[in-house]
Design a protein around this ligand. Sequence first.
Ligand code: GLN
Length: 497
Amino acid sequence: MDELITMTAAELSAAMAAGDVSAADVTEAHLDRIAAVDDRVKAFLHVAADDARARAREVDARRKAGEPLGPLAGVPVAVKDLFTTIGMPTTCGSKILGDWHPPYESTITQRLRNAGAILIGKTNMDEFAMGSSTENSGFGPSHNPWDLAKVPGGSSGGSAAAVAAHMAPLALGTDTGGSIRQPAAVCGIVGTKPTYGGSSRYGVVAFASSLDTPGPLGRTVLDAALLHEVMSGHDPMDSTSINAPVPPVVEAARHGDVAGLRIGVVSEFAGDGYQPGVMARFTEAVELLESLGAKVTEISCPHFKYALPAYYLIAPSEASSNLARFDGMRYGLRTGSGSAEEVMAATRAAGFGAEVKRRIMLGTYALSSGYYDAYYGKAQQVRTLIIQDFDAAFGQVDVLVSPATPTTAFPIGERADDPMAMYLADLCTIPTDLAGNAAISVPCGLADEDGLPAGLQVMAPPLADDRLYRVAAAVEAAFNERWGHPLLADAKGLSAR
Ligand code: GLN
């Protein structure tokens, strides 16, 4: 059984197809792992054990009947708790939703179900995806499997921790400002933010609608690509869904190759605030890419330094509008008495956490008459300048690279009372969200100071998501050869350092 939890999704899929192992066994092994370690990691808010077992039996029966099954059939997938799922609660990490059971299914989880994937449970997250550590969850933080005293990143921290701790080979996350790539980087796994509109937002509870992008997390580049492909594609239920073919990400992940590729190192992502060990691993990764035949140049993106302030006007503005629906009338929690306004105020006071309230107030202020042009309007202008920086860069190179995060995982509690320090965790990831293009984080080693994982970020133009996988697969293969094993092997023991 222990062997099954260490296998990749691709290996599990092949073993099930060959009849060496059943989906029921694979599911049971992962449920056992959850039972053994999740009281320490706290990645899951809900484990759908019975449903997962029933689905696994269905997959086994379909296989026995000779039905053609896709690559994710029988593969467990952990789901960030903001995808609406029938038969499971959807909390968004918020007390205001409590144990709300949505009446409809998100497009992406429905696609996974159709593909025979086993939705094994719902994972912890920062409340409404606002945060970088899962400490803003209304249900307590998750822990980093590499060091249980550290955060697993956020907001998709439960998903990243579940995958890193071998409780599921794959997980779904969402990236609005970095919430897939940042937790992937600090948990030593692979995480992708697809091109905006490439993955459906239908049934993904909205934080900032012009930025929210669902994406995959996995322990290998190929696994992430397999999930990326199954979850992607046009959805008429999402008005911003792109009606274009899904980029050939699986094909690219199978053929890591950077020979002749033009790679730009973003010069703005360095200097103060970057942990020396993270920069050392990044520099090595760039040298590695060069040794594999890539042509590396330095590229300046002068407006990236304004991305963080622009994001913290745009995202809260959209959030303040989106979160108005949690009024104590329609969903989840209702508390207080008296008029509708009094009930609404009491419910929102009791149901939302401090960071969510801060964002609603910030956003409402930025959108208010007299301030709209100065704050929200200016931020939108900055967004255009960032898109232009990317356009200019991609006129010269095929992909851009940077560290995925300025530091490795930080101690639980360290940044909890310092919003600015917390926001800085997404310094390298936010420009991509503002521009709507695609990016991946792939492990590139352990920082010397603390022995914790660092991630290499690769950024590609819109709809060139396959380039990410081509580069990441080359990096992964070269590093695995150097280390003699995948980087992640180290997290399995759940070391408390
Ligand atoms: N950490 C960022 C924030 O707090 C990004 C979150 C996200 O991508 N969902 O807004």
